[in-house]
Ligand binder design. Structure first.
Ligand SMILES: [Zn+2]
Length: 309
């Protein structure tokens, strides 16, 4: 068993960039798999699963090289930050493949991409539901113009083995401009998916195990480990979209993750600061609720649900 751990370092205008990485090299030749967790520093189930896997993989039974970055966004992790990297307030998962010429988080994206993504055959972008959300575990697949590559990504998404596999032209979460890790990797012909399990700022064993199982399934899918895939009874393959509120205020979602809703059904309200209803939310289409924003704070045009349909 040989796990090589180190901290990659770089400097951005006097501010240090640190990327922890664990490498496990198998006894036999095989693919290079990079597992990148903690791009959002408060998505703890993904982070914990990556740490666990790095400690349990046995190089004697492994083919190829597994490279694990358990916490890509150390400033976000230490700062308990939702979505952003606190050094400059940017969302790391919109800045790939990154740049040394812009701000801190662009430089961090560049280091991650050049050292741990570009030279891989397969990349997992591991998320855990942010502090403000609760979600059904799902994998996200981006559709590109390369159908063969997309089919490989879809196949890996099924193998990761979460209850929903959602496809978008831009990956889930790509609501503002920018390029996610997966989109950048797929543009370079690398098989890549996003996987979500966890949320609410908690480390919950069930959701940690869900990710560990998915990571092991990925190793089996790549034939880097022997063994059968562990899959759920059903994987729903769907499209996805985000539902938003229009008014600033206090938001009360009335549906939970896993609920099925019908077009026109009431799904929540937004009130003013005194509890007076400003907006009644209704479902724009039939769908499953796969993520709910559980904090009542609601800016104008904020997301309240992610759905699968
Ligand atoms: Zn995330």
């Amino acid at each position: 068993m040989t796990v090589d751990t180190r901290i990659f370092t770089a400097d951005h205008n006097g501010e240090s960039i640190r990327i922890p990485v664990a490498e496990i090299r198998g006894q036999r030749d095989g693919p290079v798999l990079s597992i990148i967790a903690g791009i959002h520093g408060a998505e703890y189930c993904g982070i914990e699963a990556a740490i666990r896997l790095s400690r349990e993989l046995d190089s004697d039974r492994l083919s190829g090289l597994v490279r694990i970055v358990p916490i890509a966004n150390i400033p976000g992790f230490l700062g308990r930050c939702e979505v952003q990297c606190p050094v400059d307030g940017q969302n790391l998962n919109r800045l790939f493949p990154g740049s040394t010429e812009k701000q801190y988080t662009d430089h961090l994206a560049h280091c991650l991409y050049e050292h741990f993504v570009r030279n891989a055959d397969c990349v997992l972008n591991i998320h855990g539901g942010d502090i403000f959300e609760e979600l059904v575990p799902y994998t996200g697949i981006g559709r590109t113009t390369d159908e063969d590559l997309d089919e490989r990504c879809r196949s890996l998404g099924r193998a990761y083995g979460l209850p929903f596999l959602v496809e978008t032209d831009a990956l889930p979460g790509a609501v503002a401009g920018g390029t996610s890790l997966n989109q950048a990797a797929q543009a370079d012909g690398i098989v890549s998916i996003l996987a979500e399990s966890g949320g609410r700022g908690l480390v919950e064993e069930e959701f940690v195990q869900t990710h560990v199982r998915g990571m092991r399934n990925t190793l089996k899918w790549l034939e880097m480990l022997e063994g059968e895939l562990e899959l759920p009874n059903e994987v729903r393959e769907t499209n996805t979209e985000f539902w938003r509120i229009s008014k600033e205020g206090v938001c009360y979602p009335e549906k939970s993750i896993g609920d099925q809703v019908s077009e026109g059904e009431r799904i929540g309200v937004v009130t003013d600061w005194f509890g007076k209803t400003l907006e009644t939310l209704t479902a724009p289409r039939d769908a499953w609720i796969i993520a709910v924003v559980i904090t009542p704070a609601a800016r104008e045009d904020a997301i309240v649900y992610q759905v699968a349909y």
